[in-house]
Design a protein around this ligand. Structure first.
Ligand code: NAP
Length: 252
């Protein structure tokens, strides 16, 4: 934003739905030069709301987002969505390019394999489902309710852990509704109780859901890791919330 005076606040759309986005909203609430509107898709029941102004629900595709950004006189967009929210990230990239708005993606690093891990990386849930019968007979699915149906034909016993129940409720697996936080002891207990011999996860990254990977390593359970969708070309990406605050200072 050019020629901004100390009194004029920079208006930022913060695309959220993650722990980092909430953390960022907390941090930016302390900055008098920034006005933040957090945006949630609005599909999670009892979502954890970020500090400050929040809007919920889709924008109506790229066109809807362009209109919304213009109407609300947004100066910059920070995309702190989940690494697998690829549609939202693509829409935000296209809309910001169209309006020539500063745009930053906050993306936590993916997980890396440690000694003792037995990971199998796959590009899609369908590929993960195909691999399952070669690795185990009792799977814990932690990929969320979206895309769960890809596992229906896998032909092994499955326990699917989701924050909210999928609709329709699947009949081909056991369902466990849990939103975490997930600690190592709990993950070990869960895997032992259900005699899990293969774990399926997205490469979400971060600390909030990584205890299952440590539990799998300790129990010598193989892990199918679904790889992240690629980011659009030419986006500016940072991995920590402090870098976002710095980037915003540079764009005032
Ligand atoms: P997605 O597939 O990329 O987006 C589908 C549509 O949902 C978008 O086109 C947009 O609708 C709407 N949308 C998504 N994120 C939004 C946001 N922050 N604010 C307003 N509208 C949003 O996204 P998703 O994978 O369904 O994820 C939805 C939300 O859940 C995101 O906020 C994400 O951060 C969070 N989340 C996702 C995952 C995951 O594994 N995918 C995990 C944890 C949290 P319109 O086209 O109508 O604008």
């Amino acid at each position: 934003m050019s020629g901004i005076s100390a009194e004029v606040r920079m208006k930022v759309l913060l695309l959220g739905g993650t722990g980092e986005a909430r953390h960022l909203a907390d941090l930016l609430a302390l900055d008098p030069g920034v006005e933040v509107v957090s945006s949630l898709a609005g599909r999670t029941l009892e979502a954890r709301l970020p500090t400050g102004e929040v809007r919920q629900g889709g924008f109506g595709g790229v066109e809807g987002l362009i209109s919304w950004l213009s109407l609300h006189q947004i100066d910059a967009v920070v995309d702190a969505t989940h690494p697998f929210a690829a549609t939202m990230t693509t829409h935000a990239t296209t809309a910001c390019h169209h309006l020539n708005l500063p745009h930053l993606v906050l993306r936590r690093p993916g997980w890396t394999e440690a000694e003792g891990d037995r990971w199998h990386r796959t590009p899609t849930p369908e590929a993960a489902a195909n691999l399952l019968p070669t690795l185990g007979t009792r799977a814990l699915l932690t990929t969320g309710r979206q895309g769960l149906s890809a596992f229906a034909p896998a032909g092994v016993w499955m326990l699917a852990r989701c924050v909210d129940a999928p609709s329709p409720v699947p009949t081909w697996c056991e369902l466990l509704l849990d939103r975490g936080p997930y600690e190592l002891e709990g993950e070990l207990e869960l895997m032992r109780k259900w005699r899990i011999d293969v774990l399926v996860t997205k490469d979400s990254g971060g600390d909030m859901t990584s205890a299952k990977l440590t539990a799998a390593r300790q129990l010598r359970v193989p892990v199918v890791v679904i790889e992240r969708p690629p980011l659009p070309a030419d986006v500016t990406v940072v991995s920590h919330v402090d870098q976002v605050a710095e980037w915003l200072r540079e764009h005032r």
